[in-house]
Design a protein. Structure first.
Length: 249
């Protein structure tokens, strides 16, 4: 990679050109928009067959972008340059694998943040969550190939190699029903009560994803992803959005 003349460097970081700096700001804004909309789409979902595509599309793209933006910031801190297109391509669309990279960066950087105790609290939340891996599995399935699940069946006239994305989402909801006592009893015989039940259940999933987004933002601001991550950590979060209740101290 050729070096960028000093006069053409971004104010965000000397390793970035102006063009790269503007692109990163746009991408961070996209992360913010997608995460906000995906969380709201989960809250608004009534039927997976009707609303699932919006949830899976927004969620898979939003989470993937959030991870790659912050991993890119960490790469600038480590290597002095944004990852190449080849590196980004090698990262792929597997959110589960990307999450392992993110958690690895957090493990390495949490002690060097501005507030190690607070950062450790945030890191613990996202590492110990039993729900996030299931949500990420659903998004990863959709992002890798699930969006073409039925097109692939049409093209091959054979059953899909993997379960369809809606079945991955069902595992998320089953986990909620089985792990939280307030969701053990499903009011199948009362339509109004069932609607309210599903709204609360999906609200709890949205709350967990909201908390993850906040943790990524705050860990970035605290310095877990390097100096560039301190700036971009602010950009990926929605201004004046309240701290999610799951991670309030």
């Amino acid at each position: 990679m050729t070096s960028t003349p000093a006069g053409h460097r971004s104010g965000l970081h000397p390793a970035l050109s102006r063009l790269q700096g503007f692109a990163l700001i746009e991408e961070a804004a996209s992360v913010c928009n997608l995460m906000r909309n995906s969380i709201q789409a989960i809250r608004d979902m009534r039927y997976v067959d009707l609303d699932g595509d919006a949830v899976f599309t927004l969620g898979s793209i939003g989470v993937e972008k959030a991870m790659k933006v912050m991993l890119g910031c960490a790469a600038v801190a480590d290597a002095g340059a944004w990852p190449t297109k080849k590196v980004l391509k090698n990262w792929g669309h597997d959110i589960e694998e990307l999450n392992l990279h993110v958690l690895g960066v957090i493990d390495e950087g949490v002690e060097n943040t501005a507030a190690p105790g607070y950062s450790a609290h945030l890191a613990r939340h996202i590492k110990e969550s039993m729900l996030l891996p299931l949500v990420f599995a659903a998004f990863a399935r959709y992002g890798r190939s699930g969006r073409f699940h039925h097109l692939d069946i049409l093209a091959t006239d054979e059953p899909g190699e993997h379960d369809k994305p809606s079945e991955y989402w069902e595992r998320v909801e089953v986990h909620i029903r089985e792990s939280l006592p307030e969701f053990h009893e499903v009011p199948y015989s009362d339509n109004a009560a069932l609607d309210a039940y599903l709204k609360r259940l999906r609200g709890s999933i949205a709350d967990e994803l909201d908390a993850w987004w906040f943790c990524l933002h705050r860990l970035g601001v605290q310095g877990c992803f390097g100096d560039l991550g301190k700036k971009i950590g602010w950009q990926i979060w929605e201004i004046n959005r309240p701290t999610p209740i799951l991670v309030r101290i």
